[in-house]
Ligand binder design. Structure first.
Ligand code: PMP
Ligand code: GLN
Length: 381
């Protein structure tokens, strides 16, 4: 067989979006906003294209955007990465995650992944000829069991992947998590950290996002990945970036150079303008989504779905055990087909789903009218 990924099929996000479309369901499955991007960003994009920025950008990203990312990072996390040697613009976070893994993970290595985990990590690890070692988060709080992570480390462990705020649970790292992570990496200096922080600005209740970039002992061995798709409501533009120390960035760029070479140039110009001109956009993003979260949770209290806590990101987990005994994949299909609301099951985020888990993920990055329509249907469950 030619297949290097025999177990991989179509992602659950594509599958549920297609099912939602076929059945005219309100799509709270795949994570994407259904409202517009900031008007200024569209103006800047148009201006960039009309100004002739339509050819290859520099391989690492245009200098003004890398500088704007460095400015933003300093403003938010109090640490300024070097725009030339530490910041690389990528085609979404997905490309950055793939590059980081392929830059340092070799055949026969192990990479620790905390389940439930975003679906792109495992295939990238497998394509590198390495093995993903899965450590489960707590099935209810989604807290990290650091003793279990420690126990999973072997001489082959090359990388640990973390994600805060977390997809699908909305859990966030605390200061205690950072201490435990730092202690672990201190004891194992050969392990590289891949920190997926795509929801870095979507944090609630006054909590602080514990970016690896805040902590010198973490950032000196980390690839930190973010996505403009999440921050600027434009998941379809596929633009993101990776911040890593010069030696790691140099390896990262070797993969990026021959993976895509450079990313969509006009959007780089648009974000360069936007980041410096309107820092309010990302500074107010948490409050913007917190209002959506609160309104949606209030509405869910009128249904038989039990919402779990959400500290950050734009997903709400619900326990549906009062409604159905179906497993999560079957429940989400049934909800989409019979009740017209698409949701995402959690089992695809696991190597080994916890038996009997009855949780589904709903995306609340939606207009009030969309959420109202979904709630009206969910009330009939
Ligand atoms: N990581 C996580 C945790 C995500 O939720 C997503 C988007 N769903 C990505 C990475 C990929 O981001 P992008 O669309 O920028 O490639
Ligand atoms: N990250 C999005 C989610 O979790 C989906 C991205 C995709 O469709 N590949 O819903």
């Amino acid at each position: 067989t030619d297949s290097k990924l025999p177990k991989v099929g179509t992602t659950i996000f594509s599958t549920m979006s297609q099912l939602a479309a076929e059945h005219g369901a309100v799509n709270l499955g795949q994570g994407f906003p259904d409202f517009e991007v900031p008007a200024r960003l569209v103006d800047e994009l148009e201006r960039a294209m009309r100004a002739g920025h339509n050819q290859y950008a520099p391989m690492t990203g245009i200098p003004t955007l890398r500088t704007a990312i460095a400015n933003k990072t300093e403003r938010v996390y109090g640490h300024r990465p070097d725009a030339d040697s530490e910041v690389t613009v990528t085609s979404g976070a997905t490309e950055a995650l793939f590059n980081a893994i392929h830059a340092v993970v070799r055949a026969g290595d192990e990479v620790i992944v905390l389940d439930p985990a975003y679906d792109s990590y495992d295939p990238a690890i497998e394509l590198a000829g390495a093995r993903a070692v899965h450590v489960a988060l707590d099935p209810r709080s989604f807290a990290v069991d650091w003793a279990a992570v420690r126990a999973a480390v072997t001489p082959r462990t090359r990388m640990l992947i973390v994600n805060t705020p977390h997809n699908p649970s909305g859990a966030m790292f605390s200061a205690g998590d950072i201490d435990a992570l730092q202690a672990l990496l201190d004891d194992h200096p050969g392990i590289r950290l891949l920190s997926d922080e795509v929801y870095e600005h979507i944090v609630f209740d006054g909590a602080r996002h514990e970016s690896a970039l805040r902590h010198p002992a973490l950032r000196e061995r980390a690839f930190v990945v973010s996505s403009f798709g999440k921050t600027y409501h434009c998941t379809g533009w596929k633009l993101g970036y990776c911040i890593a120390p010069p030696a790691l960035s140099a390896e990262f760029r070797k993969v990026h150079q021959y993976n895509v070479f450079c990313t969509f140039a006009p959007a780089q110009h648009a974000f360069a303008a936007m980041l410096d001109a309107e820092p309010e956009h990302y500074e107010q993003l948490g409050a913007f989504y917190e209002a959506k979260r609160d309104r949606f949770r209030e509405q869910l209290s009128g249904t038989r779905l039990q919402p779990l806590p959400v500290a950050g990101g734009y997903f709400q987990l619900v326990d549906y055990s009062a409604v159905s005994d179906l497993d999560d994949a079957a429940f989400c299909r049934w909800l989409t087909v019979e009740h017209g609301v698409a949701a995402i099951p959690l089992s695809p985020f696991y190597a080994q789903p916890p038996p009997g888990q009855r949780l589904a993920r709903l995306c609340f990055a939606k207009n009030d009218a969309t959420l109202d329509a979904a709630i009206e249907r969910l009330r009939t469950l």
